[in-house]
Design a protein around this ligand. Structure first.
Ligand code: SF4
Ligand code: SF4
Length: 414
């Protein structure tokens, strides 16, 4: 190879820090990874975009800081022994992708990819992840879910709703439910409502039941690539042989894993079925007249864009379309929305290892929602609902949180 031949592009899960050498050297220290676009700013209070930097106020917590840590490690400017705090800097990040979104647009660098590649290096060097993450990894290895719950309990949410088990009965559409909604009984209603609405719209729906596995997203985000790749391979084989032509999930973490992360593993076959998030699937059903909305719901609500659904996967309009299609709903927007949205604080392993930081970040989102005059925050992510919901439970904000399907099911004849 001569110096002017372009190196073949690698898939994300085979990249090492060395593949980002040019990128980390090219960081301009411009701070776009910490702030909203100037033209988007409506107030000083909600002008920032990186929850970690906003909370800790020193640069190693920002996207820019991760670029400089990576550069220093690559060039041998410091070692793990020089800065043991590096593990905390790396993992106090929700992988919200705000830094990546802004940097890509203006500087074409990849601070979040660098952060996740640093995490993978820390894990393979035995420096990371945090002890709480190690327990999560052990649980996924032993129970196929991060919540240390027995596999036999995975389909409890589905009893009494008359949904097919695809391993016993053929179905065109697989509903991939995800671990959090399968095992957290406060979220069963969301899993059930999503299934009921899609079946009401005519979907021939089935689930994997006890055979469903973790999608592997938490492992990908905390840097355990080896376990993530093993799980992804197992899932691809299961999903490609289950007979479904399409897969729908309501968990943005699962959606990103199935839609994007699996494609970034070298040497594995692609998923044969088309993958949808339930918001886009249900929105299409409404647009096509398969779901009619006879009722009315008088409520002033604001939409919280889950990072893994919005910034990571580009789904902004379908959930808003669903809310706008419900008579009586008034949708009012927060200052930071869509690709400039503020994270709930729960993602990327932050809630698992740094609960206080996760909850403070959620409280900031609640303040922003309150400024709109909305009665409720609506979202479509089990982690956002858990993290914002916990923050609401500990406050007297008077605000409520709902899943998108909680709103829709109330106005349908079901
Ligand atoms: S990571 Fe990107 S946005 Fe942040 S300071 Fe560096 S070049 Fe600017
Ligand atoms: S992913 Fe989010 S929390 Fe992490 S450094 Fe980037 S902007 Fe900050």
């Amino acid at each position: 190879m001569t110096y002017y031949e372009k190196k073949p592009e690698k898939k994300f899960f085979e990249k090492t820090l060395d593949d980002y050498r040019d990128s980390v050297w090219g960081c301009a220290r411009c701070n776009w990874c910490q702030n909203q676009w100037g033209w988007n700013v409506k107030s000083a209070e909600f002008s920032e975009i990186c929850p970690a930097f906003h909370e800790y106020r020193i640069f190693p917590y920002s996207g820019m800081g991760k670029m400089h840590m990576a550069r220093a490690l690559l060039e041998g400017d410091f070692s793990y022994e020089d800065a043991p705090e590096m593990v905390q800097f790396l993992y106090t990040c929700t992988t919200c992708g705000a830094c990546e979104m802004n940097c890509q647009r203006i500087q074409d660098k990849e601070p979040l990819q660098v952060n996740e590649t640093l995490r993978a290096k820390f894990v393979s060097d035995g420096i990371g992840p945090m002890p709480e993450h190690k327990r999560l990894i052990k649980s996924v290895k032993n129970y196929d879910n991060p919540w240390m719950q027995p596999r036999a309990q995975r389909d409890r949410w589905a009893r009494k709703i008359g949904i097919k088990d695809i391993s016993k009965e053929k179905a065109d559409t697989l509903y991939f439910v995800g671990c959090t909604s399968s095992f957290d009984n406060t979220l069963w209603k969301v899993a059930q409502n999503t299934a009921k609405i899609m079946m009401h719209g005519g979907a021939d729906l089935g689930i994997l039941g006890k055979n469903e596995n973790c999608c592997g997203s938490p492992l990908a985000r905390i840097g355990d690539r080896e376990t993530f790749v093993q799980i992804a391979k197992k899932n691809i084989e299961l999903l490609n042989t289950c007979g479904a032509k399409e897969i729908v999930t309501f968990c943005p973490g699962c959606y990103r894993a199935l839609m994007h992360d699996y494609k970034e593993i070298p040497g594995v076959p692609p998923l044969e079925a088309k993958v949808y998030h339930s918001a886009e699937y249900i929105d299409s059903m409404i647009q096509e007249g398969k779901i009619k909305i006879p009722g009315e719901l008088k409520k002033r609500v604001t939409w919280h864009d889950p990072c893994h659904l919005g910034r990571h996967c580009g789904i902004y309009e379908p959930p808003r379309n669903i809310l706008k299609a419900i008579p009586g709903i008034e949708l009012v927007e927060m200052e930071r929305i869509k690709d400039q949205s503020w994270c709930c604080g729960g993602g990327g392993g932050a809630r698992t290892a740094f609960m206080e930081f996760a909850q403070k970040t959620a409280h900031k989102r609640i303040s922003e929602a309150q400024k709109t005059g909305a009665q409720a925050i609506v979202t479509s992510c089990p982690f956002c609902e858990q993290n914002i919901g916990d923050a609401l439970n500990k406050s007297d904000d008077g605000m409520e949180i709902y899943d998108l399907t909680d709103m829709l099911i109330r106005v349908l004849d079901l």
